[in-house]
Each structure stands twice: as C-alpha cells, then as structure tokens.
Design a protein around this ligand. Sequence first.
Ligand code: CMC
Length: 391
Amino acid sequence: EGVITIDPGYKNTGACESAITFLDGEKGILRYRGYSIDEVAENADFLEVAYLLIFGELPTKEQNKKFHDDIKAESYVDEDVKKIIEAFPKSAHPMGIISSLTSALTAFNPSSVNVDSEEDMYKSVVRLLGKMPVLVAWTYRKKAGLPLDYGDNSLGYTENILKMMFKKPNGEYKQNQVLVDALDKLLTLHADHEQNCSTSTVRIVGSSHAGLFASISAGISALWGPLHGGANQAVLEMLEAIQVDGGDTKKYMAKAKDKNDPFRLMGFGHRVYKNFDPRARIIKKAADDVLSQLGIEDPILSIAEGLEKEALADQYFVDRKLYPNVDFYSGIIYRAMGIPTDMFTVMFAIGRLPGWIAQWREMRMKKEPIGRPRQIYTGATERKFVPEDER
Ligand code: CMC
C-alpha cells in the first residue's frame, strides 16, 4: 500500500524484468538475447530468430529442424474458419480480420488454453506459428478474390508465406529469392522490441491467464494503431499524398511542426530511441538493394529520402531527437513485393509474433502476478443518488 505515482504512457515505469531483448535508446543499440540486431539480420533466418527469442539460445541444426517440422504439422486451420472470413465485408481492414481470427483460434483449439506444463506451452506456440500465416494468406486472398487453400510444406517458413499469399488459382507461383530474403529480413527486424505497446498488451492480457491466442489477438489490436505498427501503412499513405501534392515535402514538414495541426511525420520519432533506430538503417539499405535488384524506380523512395534529409537537418526534429523509425522505409519494400498497403501492419504482426510469444512465455514461466495498475481518483466526492424524475 505505498504511495501511488502516476506516469502517463508509462514513460518511466518498468513493468517487468526480462531477459529477451536489450535496447539502449540513447546509443541506438538493439540486441536479441545478447546478439546485435545487425548480426542477427545478416546471418539468421526468421525461424531461427523466433527460436532464439522464445527459447533463449540459437537452435542447433536438429532443434531447428524439429521446430520447423512441428510448425509445419500445424500449418492448417479448421475449414470453418473460412465461414468467419466470408462474413466480413470486403472493406474490412485486414488487421481487424486477423485479430478476430486469432481470437477464434481459441474456439477451434480449446485445449490450447491449458499451458500448465512446458510441453503444453510448446504445443500452443508451434500451433500459432503454424496457423498464423494461413490466416494472413486467407485474409489477403479473400480480398483479392483468390481461392483459399494451403501452403507448400517443402518450402521454408518465409517462402511459404509468399507462396501462400500470391500463388495463382492454377497453383502457378514464381519464386523470387530477392523477395524471400527481403521479407525474411523484415520479419527478423520486427521480431521483438521489448515492452512496446502491443507486447505490454500481450503480457497484461496473458497475466490473467487468458490463453496465448487471446493474448496475441489483443496484441494485434494494439499494433493496429497508427502510433504503433499502423505507422507503416500511414507512412506510405503520407508519401503517396505528398506525391499527389507534387512532391511538396516542405508543406508536410511545416504541418508536422505546427502544434495546432494534429499531423505528425509518420515513421519518425520513438519512445525509446533518441538516436537512429538501428532497424531503420538496415531497412533503408534493404529497400535500396531490393529496388535496384528488381529494377524498380519508385518515386516514393526519393520522396522518403528527401523528407528524411530535411527532417534530420531541421531544428524542431533535432531538438526533440526525432529520427526515422522501423516503419519509415519498410512499406517501400512491401510495396515492391506487391503487398497492398492495408496489409503492411499484418506483415509486421507476423514478424512480431515470436516476440509476443517469447514475452508471454517468459511472463507465464516466471509466474508473474496479474497486471493491475492503480490510479488516483479525481471524480466527484460522495453524493446522494438522484431519482430519475428529479434529474
Ligand atoms: N512528428 C512531429 N512531431 C513529433 C513526432 C512526429 N512524428 N514524434 C514526436 N513529435 C514531437 C511531439 O509533438 C513532442 O513535441 P513537444 O515536446 O513540442 O510537445 C515531442 O516530439 C515528443 O513526442 P511525444 O509524443 O511526447 O513522444 P512519445 O514517446 O509519447 O511518442 C511516438 C512516440 C512514436 C508515438 C511519436 O514519436 C509519434 O507519434 N511518431 C509518429 C508515429 C510513428 O511513426 N510510430 C511508429 C513508432 S516506432 C515502431 C512501432 O512502434 O511500430
């Protein structure tokens, strides 16, 4: 029963101890389980990173194979899920569909809520990693008017995601290694970022012992917002608006600095980084590489580069230590892959899945208490009830 201090947005409040991800925002350092993000992005594939984050160590060849085999064994969903997808209007945002479908997985797999043993927990984990890409592919395909079916388990996890999304109704699909590698890198770079809004949500929902799928569904909803994962969609829409406006970046810079205008420069600023977001650097380079390897000249990239240059030289941004974040350049790569803008945040969700799972698992294994913040009450003092006819 100590003194309650209020910290809106939890700017200086730690919620847990965690051994998963290290972040130094002043220096711009990010490490997964001790490994620098640069080394991880360069050398590891997404599934290895998932294993590392969730279980704490890089997998051996055998562990990696077993993990992937167990995930592959779960790479289908109940056919009745298609009925839920059918019921959504065509205009539904994919993030709303995905969060609903993830929550619905609990109904189709009720035993997944029991995670009293490590073995039960493992089953839920591989089940989610197996089923989520199917849900994502189906969400995309439904909107694109393509038939809903399953992937190809002879492929790697990331390759399979692309094939599941883009294969033609006759099964035809041309694999492009540049795109597979780029997506794998993007997923890896999004895999965890300690106690961000969606991860904190997953931990707090999970702390009531709601199941993994319900906790992740809540995390997906949190990620949807434009101040968080939804920023990748918002960035591209902003760049397109600037393009339509004749490339007038100065106008948008002025809007971003105007305190009477709610507009913010999307893809800029971060709660923790007061320096370059190391992920943004890697993604910028990947965007350059992918576009040049595919021979695409996207005028949106030049607009983004121009904005970045202006912002980094502008006193307003310098004073507030606002740098490009992970969402600034990622959309340019998704766009080159043919992924529609409203699916960008869904791709972020696939990437963040290992982090959410790892954080949920850590929280459950450490038997953390239910998350339940306090408040300082500022409402009316006690007063007498007024009957309706006297109000
Ligand atoms: N454009 C213009 N001004 C900004 C921006 C921006 N993008 N970001 C922060 N500021 C200003 C803000 O107005 C405030 O100014 P002042 O001190 O004069 O009131 C100051 O910088 C500090 O900002 P804050 O809102 O107090 O910082 P926060 O830690 O609460 O918010 C943020 C962090 C990421 C929500 C915010 O920077 C933002 O809205 N950025 C744009 C959205 C975005 O790109 N989000 C993705 C975040 S990174 C990855 C992820 O989570 O998905």
